[in-house]
Ligand binder design. Structure first.
Ligand SMILES: NC(=O)C1=CN([C@@H]2O[C@H](COP(=O)(O)OP(=O)(O)OC[C@H]3O[C@@H](n4cnc5c(N)ncnc54)[C@H](OP(=O)(O)O)[C@@H]3O)[C@@H](O)[C@H]2O)C=CC1
Ligand SMILES: O=C(O)[C@@H]1CCC=N1
Length: 246
């Protein structure tokens, strides 16, 4: 399969770096990101050449550029995969027959991202799923779920990094060398994420909280301060708003 990738910014470049290992690819993007694509050894071409080349077209441009890009593809019958936030499937399919919407994250660069995709029953689900499985784990969902989950899936790496960083700062605050602190937090977080594949989060919590011990004192204090409630509220409200915006 050959891929035409349109847009080589934050997400497009992550997609390009990963997929070039599996497929022949040409890129259509604007300066200055055209130089980034060339540095990755990818050929940069105009949009028309790109579309003619690809068996599948992936569009990863900012939402405000979608109208202009799609209007240059009107009538396209090849599968088109959009990553644009908030640009509806109906609008995509009004312009191209075989459109799909996805919500990945930048961790596609290492092939480890949930990739939400809407909706099954399009005109080439198999080809789309094959490509998305190289980027991570494709999860077919209704479009409204894709919008609701954007703040956790698409934005996730930024939020997780904030949490990670706040723990590094906590260790530095407690007098631990920063490099050591980073190593400790990374291993702790990665180990816990693996553990969560095996155990329910409440069970993990129960296994750690020695009665009358140090952990329960902190977890109750964090809950009292509303740290996690605020996180759920802010992220959840954003998802709710996105879900109903269309
Ligand atoms: N960043 C992320 O983690 C995620 C982003 N998304 C979505 O993916 C899309 C891309 O996001 P992101 O990478 O962050 O955005 P960026 O602004 O970093 O990248 C946009 C890219 O599109 C290019 N571009 C703009 N107009 C055109 C055009 N007419 N033809 C060809 N290329 C064009 C830009 O070129 P140049 O800058 O050189 O002008 C740039 O390479 C957005 O719609 C966003 O909502 C979804 C999930 C996660
Ligand atoms: O911040 C944004 O709007 C895009 C969508 C999800 C991640 N980046």
């Amino acid at each position: 399969m050959k891929i035409c990738l349109v847009g080589f910014g934050r997400l497009g470049s992550a997609i390009g770096k990963r997929l070039k290992r599996f497929y022949e690819m040409k890129v259509s993007t604007l300066p200055p990101t055209d130089e980034l694509a060339r540095k990755e050894g990818l050929e940069v071409v105009d949009l028309k050449t790109c579309i003619n080349f690809g068996d599948v077209v992936i569009v990863s441009v900012e939402p405000s550029a979608m109208d202009s890009v799609l209007s240059q593809m009107e009538g396209l019958e090849k599968p088109l995969i959009s990553t644009a936030a908030l640009y509806g499937l109906k609008e995509i399919r009004r312009k191209v027959k075989c459109g799909y919407r996805t919500m990945p994250s930048v961790t596609v660069e290492i092939g480890k991202s949930p990739v939400l995709v809407s909706e099954r029953g399009g005109c080439n689900d198999e080809a789309v799923e094959e490509i998305l499985s190289k980027l991570g784990k494709p999860i077919w969902v209704k479009e409204e779920v894709l919008d609701a989950a954007l703040p956790v899936v698409g934005s996730g790496p930024a939020i997780h990094s904030l949490y990670y960083n706040s723990l590094v700062e906590a260790l530095v605050y407690a007098g631990v060398d920063r490099k050591l602190a980073e190593e400790m937090v990374k291993e702790s977080v990665i180990g816990t994420m693996e553990f969560l594949k095996k155990y329910d989060p409440l069970e993990v919590r129960a296994r750690v909280e020695t009665p009358g011990g140090i952990t329960v004192k902190m977890t109750v204090e964090l809950e009292k301060e509303g740290v996690f409630g605020s996180l759920s509220k802010i992220v959840g409200e954003t998802g709710r708003e996105l879900r109903t915006r269309r």
